[in-house]
Design a protein around this ligand. Structure first.
Ligand code: GAP
Length: 460
């Protein structure tokens, strides 16, 4: 794959300086790899979530969105195996004290080896053999490999002891499984049906980084789709198609996307298949955006065994009881947003100057329209004529700072699809000039027609 036109750092610098993302708690020196979304990033992320909801929930007759708690009964995480197994293998360089994920260290230096299939002992033996070098200092003296629990621990109530330990959820999915029976019963749901949510997940990643690509706190958009055992292949294919159609809908460039089917050796013993959608990030290369996993009845089975509750479904057609099987499409919201912003960033020469333009999908841009009075003398008039008319319908910004050329550039750089300029003729011909972000073509439109005109543009 060819290197992307604009380096990752150039894009992330632009996102920070224009108000999409800020370093978290910056006035205190920040917190490493922790980011806050600014007004533009927050608006854009909310729109991404809305399109996800429209695509996967609103237009589906058999999908139920819920909002489960972040701190759940810790028995949930024992049942799923997270307490015992949700670890990352960790080593430190004894020479320069840099810390690494052992599997990544091996993968980077010996790509021919399948680290997913290696045991802790095998990885440790290889690292201690001297064949692996520290990427920071070049030495090959590492501490013994140790497993590092990735779930964030906290305590419930006043006592901080083993009995009061609880965890911040490392994935939202388990809140969906443990509510299977509640949703099925209260919503009179018949198979096949799905339960989904959008919410925060937390992982104490050893090597977070690359801006919002890997953070310790992130948002997931997850679905558990339940069906009759035996229909696994059919629903796996269905959800692969649905996910592809969603990433198409939000305008991700197909050139930089690929489906990666997990090898049989990568699959958990219960899994009937997993596919990742990967994106080719500038500078970073291929990275996972989401996964679609065919998980059989493994999760419901674990919860049924651990809770001693009957989680089976009574099939109204056959009168048989069984545990449904499940396919899980799981998107990372922050990663998807980052991919969209990387895709959208563009530069071009206009009249000897560089114009930055964020070619975001029109329905993802933080603002749909910018209202720009040509001169400060027109501010009140423009505001009265346009703001009450348009702001209830379109996400709008009213910008009066700087020359009109500078304001156009500013709006281009944050992806605003249309700028509406109110000039000295506007009160006479009851019209404004509408400028298109991508083509920069300008058109005179009657104020009375603006709502319909813009509605058509956003429906295109
Ligand atoms: N329930 C399945 C599950 O959690 P996962 O592959 O671990 O699967 C799903 O996570 C998605 O969540 C990933 O494809 C990625 O987009 C996102 N994700 C996972 N860890 C992340 C992190 N540390 N920072 C940002 N996004 C993350």
């Amino acid at each position: 794959m060819e290197e992307r036109k604009y380096p990752f750092e150039k894009i992330t610098t632009h996102l920070i300086t224009s108000g999409f993302v800020y370093p978290s708690s910056e006035i205190y020196g920040g917190l490493s790899n922790t980011w806050d979304y600014g007004p533009l990033g927050d608006a854009c992320k909310n729109k991404l979530k809305k399109i996800w909801r429209d695509h996967f929930v609103k237009t589906k007759m058999n999908m139920f969105e819920i909002d489960p708690a972040i701190i759940m009964n810790p028995k949930v995480w024992v049942a799923t195996g997270h307490v015992a197994n949700f670890h990352d293998p960790l080593v430190d360089c004894k020479h320069c004290h840099a810390r690494f994920r052992a599997d990544k260290l091996i993968k980077d230096q010996k790509p021919e080896l399948d680290t997913d299939g290696m045991t802790t002992e095998q990885m440790d033996t290889l690292i201690q053999s001297g064949e692996i070098k520290c990427p920071e200092c070049g030495e090959n003296h590492f501490t013994p490999l140790r497993q590092f629990q990735m779930m964030f621990k906290t305590f419930i109530g006043v006592d901080e002891n083993e009995a009061s330990v609880a965890y911040l959820r490392p994935e939202t999915a388990q809140g969906l499984f443990v509510n299977f029976k509640n949703v099925q019963r209260t919503q009179r749901a018949k198979l096949p049906f799905g339960i989904c949510d959008i919410g925060k997940a937390f992982r104490n990643e050893i090597t977070p980084g690359n801006f919002t690509f890997r953070t310790r706190e992130f948002e997931q958009m997850e679905i558990e789709f339940f069906f009759k055992p035996g229909e696994d292949q059919q629903w796996f294919s269905y959800w692969k198609d649905e996910c592809l159609s969603f990433v198409n809908k939000i305008g991700l460039k197909m050139d930089y996307l690929r489906f990666r089917d997990h090898e049989p050796t990568e699959l958990a013993f219960y899994s009937k298949g997993t596919t990742d959608i990967e994106y080719y990030f500038p500078t970073l290369g291929w990275g996972e955006l989401m996964g679609i996993a065919s998980r059989t009845d493994y999760d419901l089975g674990r919860h049924q065994a651990s809770s001693s509750q009957d989680l089976t479904y009574l099939d109204p057609e056959t009168n048989q009881r069984y545990l449904p099987h499940v396919v899980e499409p799981s998107f990372g919201c922050d990663r998807l947003l980052l991919a969209l912003l990387c895709d959208a960033y563009d530069e071009e020469e206009v009249k000897g100057e560089t114009r930055i333009v964020l070619r975001l999908h029109k329905n993802l841009a933080p603002y749909q329209i910018a209202i720009l009075p040509l001169s400060n003398k027109l501010n009140d008039e423009a505001q009265k004529a346009l703001w009450p008319l348009l702001s209830p319908v379109f996400d709008s910004i009213f910008d009066t700072t700087g020359s009109i050329g500078k304001r156009y550039r500013r709006e281009d750089a944050i992806g605003t699809p249309y700028c509406l300029t109110y000039d000295f003729d506007s009160s006479k011909d009851a019209s404004v000039t509408v400028r298109d972000r991508d083509s920069m073509v300008q058109e005179r439109v009657k104020i009375a027609d603006l709502k319909a005109y813009l509605a058509t543009k956003f429906a295109e």
